[in-house]
Design a protein around this ligand. Structure first.
Ligand code: BDR
Ligand code: CA
Length: 311
């Protein structure tokens, strides 16, 4: 099994990634760390906890960053709704006692599991960047990092060049990519090929369970938003679940090694490119995905998530 921390900013496809990871027998989900991103961090924490409860999983959730390292963040509700889950849960009225921080959990688990630990990130890289700043030794400990983010060969989705998770906190991404962490970048280049359709989501609703209807409600919101921007696509991209899929089964993707760089100049802010000028004695430890076995992934994702919604 893969010992995993999932770092999310839940977010509709993050919710699907949580459901998928928790339902995967090949994954030992140690905990979920959350940050701001698609909604403020109190919301992403609440959303993640509600998703886990709805599926009857008892997995701890740890609260992380509430803003980017050096920038401000505004929320517009695009794609995920103002509550982060397609307006299915609405406003928060109270916040829980959060306990251990996401950063401390990441550091603790890196020391405990070392090379056996896989970290999957599906939001901005702020939590991971803060963990590295607090304890740089974790860079040599962690076995693998799988990051949903970036757009190397295709256009961005948050600007002409940049993907959302990277442009939200480009300084955090640059800090993480500059290290020698063994990163697999699951970018828009491959996530745009794994599409969930309206017919798929209808199957969740037709299960007739409460959790099936809940998942159908928020995913239909995402499908509708997708149609606005990409009317020619057959469905919505499963960005975040694909990162979980690649962590489970690296053979799902073809990769090439690359020193990844994040543009910090305003006119190309957040673009992920190759660092051609990086002088380094070693080979890159990062890889970018260039091809994906989309059908194989979709079968595994859909099968496990649908089953977890009960009969
Ligand atoms: C990423 O941004 C968010 O909208 C999604 O949850 C995903 O993590 C895709 O660019
Ligand atoms: Ca996300």
């Amino acid at each position: 099994t893969v010992k995993m921390i999932l770092d999310v900013d839940t977010g509709i496809d993050d919710a699907l990634a949580v459901a998928y990871a928790a339902a995967s027998p090949e994954i030992d989900l140690l905990g979920i760390t959350v940050s701001y991103g698609m909604a403020p961090v109190d919301y992403t924490f609440r959303n993640t906890s509600v998703i886990l409860e709805s599926l009857k999983h008892n997995i701890p959730v740890y609260k992380g960053a509430d803003k980017p390292l050096r920038r401000a963040k505004e929320y517009g509700g695009e794609f995920h709704g103002m509550d982060g889950l397609g307006e299915t849960l609405g406003e928060i009225t109270s916040v829980p006692d959060y306990g251990k921080s996401a950063v401390d959990f990441i550091i603790e688990q890196a020391h405990l599991h070392k090379q056996d630990l896989t970290i999957v990130t599906t939001g901005p890289l702020t939590n991971l960047a803060q963990a590295i700043v607090k304890d740089p030794a974790i860079v040599d400990m962690v076995g693998r990092v799988v990051t949903m983010g970036g757009a190397v060969m295709t256009p961005g989705n948050a600007s002409k060049f940049a993907e959302a998770n990277i442009i939200i906190d480009p300084e955090a991404a640059e800090l993480v990519f500059k290290t020698e962490l063994p990163i697999t970048l699951v970018s828009l280049d491959v996530t745009r090929k794994t599409l969930l359709t309206a017919e798929d989501v209808l199957r969740w609703r037709e299960k007739g369970t409460e959790v099936g209807a809940f998942f159908a409600d928020f995913t239909e919101f995402y499908l509708k938003e997708y149609k606005k921007y990409h009317p020619y696509l057959k469905g919505c991209a499963l960005h975040d679940p694909l990162a979980v899929g690649v962590a489970k089964n690296p053979a799902l993707v073809r990769t090439i090694p690359m020193f990844i760089k994040v543009d910090l100049e305003e006119d190309a802010l957040g673009r992920t490119t190759e660092d051609l000028y990086r002088t380094h004695p070693n080979e890159p430890t990062s890889h970018i995905c260039i091809q994906v076995e989309a059908e194989q992934f979709m079968d595994d994702f859909f099968g496990l998530v649908e089953k977890s919604m009960g009969e």
